[in-house]
Ligand binder design. Structure first.
Ligand code: MG
Length: 367
């Protein structure tokens, strides 16, 4: 099976309500879809949303990198030589992790199709269902409490609360949510880099003293402040999860060696796809560190890839794959199936995606 063409398209899916964090606000999932076409007619799908506020990747940088750096490195390659192909993607340019992720995911999809097996099975996974948490956007405390009640009523038993704007108000936000959902619901807090180390320590100690029973706090401080992250991790009992501070396996190695966080949040758009994510899983496992699998605001194409990884690696113990739930429609035929909070992979080869509807196909690069 040889790669003959890389096609690029865009997909826009409205959200049910705006998604707000300390870093950004959006009301649609806007993403770039990649189709790698092979000489057998099999197509591998990948995806890269432009999350410039987090990854630095824009529509322009993603499509340009895919068309001018990645496509020439892939066209003509034999899919059975997967390691050579993923390495060509990884070395096609410095940075540009979202564009690399799209190509890496599409390559793995094709490889799964070539092998006739779903990816999670090719990696030795046996389980194919799991439960995701649900994100409560950053708003006024009362509104967040209302959203939390609604989510619990809809059947979610793990919530991720977005904070990180004004640590005093954040304490109110977290307290308001805990009060209305009761003690049984699992609460995670994501500050998206919004606190200084001192604010983080103060806020987390407050949550501990108030008995708010927070499972973990994600990315309390600026992404580059690894020393500050370690200071927070050392100062509190609550588990600290690194997100924006860990992109590549090299970042993971650095954080692990310093014990700057207790857990790592893996996202394919940060790791440059499944290959880098698998490497991070191996490192975390060796260090006895658990991982969360997360996503940017992505469609079900790349979220399905993340779900396959989650089912293939036991070190992934926490699941934050709710973006497709936040969307008003689902244009992806096949892939992971959502039944409320429960996700189930199908047993079709590769990602198990049949087609993606509503894509505005644009540029095509051929051999
Ligand atoms: Mg996060």
């Amino acid at each position: 099976m040889r790669i003959t063409e890389l096609r690029l398209g865009t997909l826009s899916i409205p959200l049910k309500k705006p998604f707000k964090t300390a870093l950004r606000s959006t009301d649609t999932v806007t993403t770039n879809i990649v189709a790698l076409v092979s000489d057998t007619g099999a197509v591998g799908y990948g995806e890269a949303p432009p999350t410039a506020a987090i990854t630095g990747d824009t529509d322009g940088s993603i499509t340009c990198t895919l068309a001018t750096r990645i496509a020439p490195a892939l066209i003509g390659r034999d899919v059975s030589e997967l390691q050579d192909a993923v390495s060509a993607v990884a070395h096609s340019a410095v940075g540009n992790t979202s564009a690399k992720a799209a190509a890496d995911i599409a390559l793995h999809d094709l490889w799964g199709k070539l092998c006739g097996q779903p990816l999670y099975r090719l990696w030795g996974g046996t389980k194919r269902t799991f439960t995701t948490d649900y994100t409560i956007s950053l708003n006024a405390p009362e509104e967040m409490a209302r959203d939390a009640v609604e989510a619990v009523r809809d059947g979610y038993d793990a919530l991720k609360i977005k904070v990180g704007i004004d640590f005093r108000l954040d304490m109110e936000r977290i307290g308001a949510v805990r009060r209305v959902v009761g003690p049984e619901v699992l609460l995670r807090v994501d500050a998206n880099q919004g606190w200084t180390p001192k604010e983080a320590i103060r806020t987390i100690r407050y949550m501990e003293d108030e008995g708010l029973d927070i499972e973990l706090v994600e990315q309390p401080v600026a992404s580059h402040d690894i020393e500050g992250l370690k200071r927070v991790t050392d100062a509190v009992e609550t588990a600290i999860l690194a997100d924006e501070s860990v992109y590549s396996p090299r970042d993971a190695l650095h954080l692990i060696s310093l014990r700057a966080a207790d857990m790592l949040n893996i996202k394919l758009m940060k790791s440059g796809g499944l290959s880098g994510a698998l490497t991070i899983c191996g490192m975390a496992e060796s260090a006895g560190m658990e991982c969360m699998i997360g996503a940017m605001m992505e469609s079900k194409v790349s979220v399905t890839a993340a779900a396959h990884l989650a089912m293939a690696r036991r070190v992934v113990t926490k699941y934050d794959l709710d973006p497709p739930i936040l969307c008003a429609s689902d244009p992806v035929r096949g892939g992971v199936i959502y039944d409320g909070a429960v996700l189930e992979l199908n047993d079709a080869p590769g990602l198990g995606i049949d087609s993606v509807e509503g894509v505005a196909w644009g540029e095509s690069v051929k051999g």
